[in-house]
Design a protein around this ligand. Structure first.
Ligand SMILES: O=C(C1CCC1)N1C[C@@H]2C[C@H]3C[C@@H](O)[C@@H](O)[C@]2(C1)O3
Length: 130
């Protein structure tokens, strides 16, 4: 009903604002666009489910997420894929892994501090009702 669409609209606003803030952070620049498969031909042999911040934004606009946990399942792919594809001890891989871990922590901290628990529960009730 209309009240449910009002709730999901507010969730999309929160998720869009969160994702845009992450895209503006220079530490997360490597995560803003899909990995270029022409530049990295073996990427899809290692990573089954590519994800990036611009794809998250498109998914939000396409009403893919009804709960913040559904959003986090996709958002977590970004740092998980980065840790998996960039495991070497060299500084380049270590920088990527450091930023991946910072992305993971930053997302969860913003959600915990800024998303009301009762609002999250209402979103989960809507998901269970569909
Ligand atoms: O995993 C990633 C991104 C970093 C987080 C996501 N890539 C795979 C390649 C390995 C490393 C070297 C760069 O030339 C560039 O091609 C990539 C992009 O970074």
């Amino acid at each position: 009903e209309e009240q449910e669409e009002d709730v999901l609209r507010e969730l999309r606003l929160f998720l869009t604002n969160l994702t845009e803030r992450l895209m503006l952070d220079r530490r997360f620049k490597a995560f803003t666009k899909p990995v270029d498969i022409e530049e990295v031909p073996d990427y899809l042999m290692v990573v089954q489910n590519p994800m990036d911040l611009s794809t998250l934004l498109s998914n939000i606009d396409e009403h893919k997420y009804v709960t913040v946990n559904e959003f986090l399942s996709d958002a977590d792919l970004i740092w998980q894929n980065a840790l998996e594809y960039n495991p070497k001890r060299d500084q380049a891989d270590r920088h990527i892994r450091h930023h991946a871990c910072t992305l993971k922590d930053t997302m969860r901290t913003i959600i915990r501090k800024e998303l009301d628990k009762d609002f999250q529960r209402i979103c989960e009730e809507i998901r269970e009702s569909r």
